[in-house]
Design a protein around this ligand. Sequence first.
Ligand code: GLA
Length: 381
Amino acid sequence: MSGPSLSTCGGQSRVFRAPGRVNLIGEHTDYNDGFVMPAAIDFSTWVTISPRDDRVLSVYSENFREQVDFDLDDAAPRPKRHWSDYVKGVAVTLEQSGYRMRGAQLHIRGNVPLGSGLSSSAAIEVATGYALLENSGFAMDRSELAQLCQRAENDFVGLRCGIMDQFISCHGQKGKALLLDCRSLDYRLLPLSDEACLVICNTMVKHELAGGEYNKRRAECEVGVGHLAERLPGVRALRDVTTADLESHGRDLPELVYRRCRHVISENARVVKAGAALERGDLSDFGRLMDESHRSLRDDYEVSCDELDLMVKLARALPGVYGSRMTGGGFGGCTVNLVASEKVEELKRGVADEYQKATGLAPEIYISNAANGAEEMAAEA
Ligand code: GLA
């Protein structure tokens, strides 16, 4: 299945928006060719763009109150571990893929909390990519744009992320979660029930994924795949391995790699079951799978942290909470909770007070509606 194409239309200054996301279930499975179930959220990045006659991109970030200019003809563009790397990375990747860009003025602002596991990076990449393409008169299929932005993050920024964040930022739909097969990029949109809300609790502990523990996890999965592929024909990724396969052919793996593989394999199975639970309207089963996912991320994949575990524990002790888990890359950031609509206020108060008492940090809590993916906004008057 592929989404609608991005089309061109006239005008001098144009505005493009792309959202962040929350992942309901399916963590660290995307780069293992597995399954994920994110939804786009009501937090976005907006890029206002107007063309220039040269080949300079002049970029102003309202959030950082900073201006960066760079030349599209720069022969050796390099990342600087700076917010502008996401913009530059997308521009460089577009050029390398054969799209000759026009120079432009870009004004960027956003309200996706940074470093919170809600994909502020994908939001800026997708909004920038969409704006740059349109500014140069190109149209691109949404799945292709997602893949291009992923390549920018992998090859320029240096995080070997999977496709989930960029994909949902392109394909999100109001009121729907998206069940994605990260190998084929086939997806199904699943309606979210009115009986429950998605509540996102921000631990206010920032994560820094680029280059560090995240890439290490990915490398550990690759060691697992190498070992299992020698024993099991047809294995290309952990997606191709079942729990029974791992038990019979993975026992001589290093213990740590074994646990990493066990998380990914069991998480893939949970996403498939969670999709079925959502389709049956079985929120209790869905919530139970979220709880299991958190335990597996905490114990086997080791990407949680004390603050996330505490946030989950506090939510789990309250009535009306179907399930609670960390969301996104981990090491800080947010939890996602599936909560009966009439119990949301109680959860907000309960979690905020107890969390602050225990940690001294005031958490932010967002009630999230599933939102639409990237779009061009109507011109401002
Ligand atoms: C980050 C990455 C995604 C995905 C998640 C973990 O958000 O960008 O590709 O791997 O972590 O599920």
